[in-house]
Design a protein around this ligand. Structure first.
Ligand SMILES: N[C@@H](CCC(=O)N[C@@H](CS)C(=O)NCC(=O)O)C(=O)O
Length: 79
């Protein structure tokens, strides 16, 4: 998930990740500029949080909006 530390929407999602006990790769866009480039190139928008989902078939989805990300984490990763 693309994020930066002081982003309140990212904090909300990170709290849910912690609460659900989920460990996923985290990409800080403030500490590594290549992460911003990756985010904009892949997702099309410089906005965080953004969850990059790569399916088993190699299909890419870039999920923006903290509420949608939380919904996805709860339904797709915790069933
Ligand atoms: N509605 C979005 C709001 C996300 C948002 O506003 N993120 C800010 C950081 S806190 C952002 O990425 N703004 C664009 C920028 O900094 O260029 C959500 O709930 O995820």
């Amino acid at each position: 998930m693309y994020y930066f530390n002081s982003c309140p929407f990212c904090i909300k999602v990170r709290l849910v990740l912690w609460w659900l006990g989920l460990k996923i790769p985290m990409k800080n866009i403030k500490t590594q500029s290549s992460n911003i480039a990756e985010l904009v190139e892949g997702g099309g928008i410089k906005q965080v949080p953004c969850l990059h989902i790569e399916s088993a078939s190699g299909e890419n989805r870039w999920l923006y909006e903290s509420t949608d990300i939380i919904q996805y984490l709860k339904t797709e990763l915790c069933e």
